[in-house]
Design a binder for this molecule. Structure first.
Ligand SMILES: NC(=O)c1ccc[n+]([C@@H]2O[C@H](COP(=O)([O-])OP(=O)(O)OC[C@H]3O[C@@H](n4cnc5c(N)ncnc54)[C@H](O)[C@@H]3O)[C@@H](O)[C@H]2O)c1
Ligand SMILES: [Zn+2]
Length: 361
């Protein structure tokens, strides 16, 4: 098995993202190498466990699994409480490691439980969605939702290691896979023309989950995210580039109560809006915007937005966390592979871009 390893410096420590097709079989030794020698508990959900539990269990015999219900609506402090309870009842201590096996929801919940249990125990992230593998498992952001808003409760807790097996993606529903692929396109747009071109070129191999196509793409996304979070662990400056497509994307998710879009789909629209804004401001060449639009169209249909209004979006954006000192920050592309942050986008420009996507006034 050929492992691709990417170092991520997180404050005083460095951890590795390790990627290989079939890596699940080697979980025990990879965890031994990176985590404390104490007990291990798997945290997973019912869906992932049904599909991959047997393989994980075979790789980690004698490891207890704590299963949580599947769904973003369970990404709550109550679910974290259930994990604490299982750990306390089983006599877990400071040397205990949590092994998070699942998508971004499981990773965020298990990571937050690990960040807070006994003031912090180790977590190993084993992401099983494309979004988890290219985004949420790297960077150390963990947390849960509050009834009054998404991701409002959280912490930074770097994993002991991130173990990525692209083979698990074969069971991922196509829509979930596509949702992750929009974030891959985002990495291309913010920092790598090569990655963008590779996705354009190998789109059908990626959708077919061919290891030869998937592995280098996942690795490149992890490298980009690692470089950005290293420069800026707590999101003061460069990490903002990761929010490309997210200003409008988050607003779309919020006004549809998180029910209509997968996060990545909303980011797909957000990237289109941001590149349209850039073109309007004459900061992006029209053919670059067209290349992005063409790729997003090829990736498949996005949920409709024609019943939504640009006014609702603008109001939702103003309520978002990314408003700094009353000003709306936008990450705008200046070419495929380069972005800048601006704070002088006008409501009129935004309205124009949103209406081009099909929204009402
Ligand atoms: N911490 C971060 O930096 C960060 C970054 C981005 C997103 N997130 C968070 O990630 C979450 C979204 O993650 P997600 O998109 O992975 O969603 P998810 O975790 O809900 O997974 C999507 C669905 O796929 C299922 N699934 C997972 N792996 C599977 C597999 N291999 N085969 C079949 N089904 C599988 C899940 O059970 C779920 O039903 C959000 O809560 C978001 O806030 C966190
Ligand atoms: Zn995102």
């Amino acid at each position: 098995m050929k492992l691709t390893r990417i170092d991520v410096a997180a404050g005083a420590r460095t951890y590795q993202v390790q990627i290989a097709h079939g890596l699940i079989e080697k979980l025990a030794s990879l965890i031994d190498d990176a985590a404390p020698s104490g007990r291990r508990f798997i945290v997973s959900n019912s869906t992932v466990w049904r599909l991959h539990g047997a393989a994980v269990k075979a790789a980690l015999p004698d490891t207890e699994a704590i299963l949580i219900p599947d769904g973003e609506r369970y990404k709550t402090i109550q679910t974290v409480g259930r994990i604490y309870e299982a750990l306390i009842r089983a006599g877990a201590d400071r040397q205990t490691t949590l092994v998070a096996v699942g998508g971004g929801v499981v990773g965020d919940i298990a990571g937050f439980a690990a960040a807070t249990f006994l003031r912090g125990i180790a977590v190993v992230q084993v992401p099983t969605t494309l979004l988890g593998q290219v985004d949420s498992a790297v960077g150390g952001k963990v947390g849960v939702n509050h009834a009054l808003g998404k991701n409002l409760i959280g912490s930074f807790h770097a994993p002991a290691t991130v173990l990525i097996d692209p083979a698990v993606l074969t069971t991922l529903p196509r829509r979930e896979f596509r949702a992750g692929l929009y974030e891959v396109v985002k990495y291309g747009m913010i920092s790598s023309h090569d990655l963008f071109a590779r996705v354009e070129r190998e789109l059908s191999e990626l959708f077919a989950r061919k290891p030869r196509a998937l592995e280098p793409v996942i690795a490149e996304c992890c490298r980009i995210k690692a470089a950005i979070v290293e420069a800026d662990e707590r999101e003061a400056g460069p990490r903002r580039a990761l929010n490309f497509g997210h200003t409008v994307g988050h607003a779309l998710e919020a006004i549809t109560k998180y029910r209509r879009f997968r996060h990545g789909e909303a980011v797909g629209y957000g990237m289109l809006a941001a590149s349209d804004l850039s073109e309007r401001r004459r900061e992006l060449a029209p053919d670059a915007r067209q290349a992005l639009a063409a790729l997003i169209t090829r990736m498949g249909p996005l949920p409709s937005v024609t019943d939504l209004s640009s006014k609702q979006i603008v109001e939702a954006m103003k309520r978002d966390k990314k408003v700094v000192a009353g000003k709306l920050h936008f990450v705008l592309p200046s070419a495929i592979g380069t972005v800048t942050t601006v704070d002088d986008v006008t409501t009129r420009q935004i309205d124009g871009a949103l209406r081009r996507l099909g929204l009402r006034r």
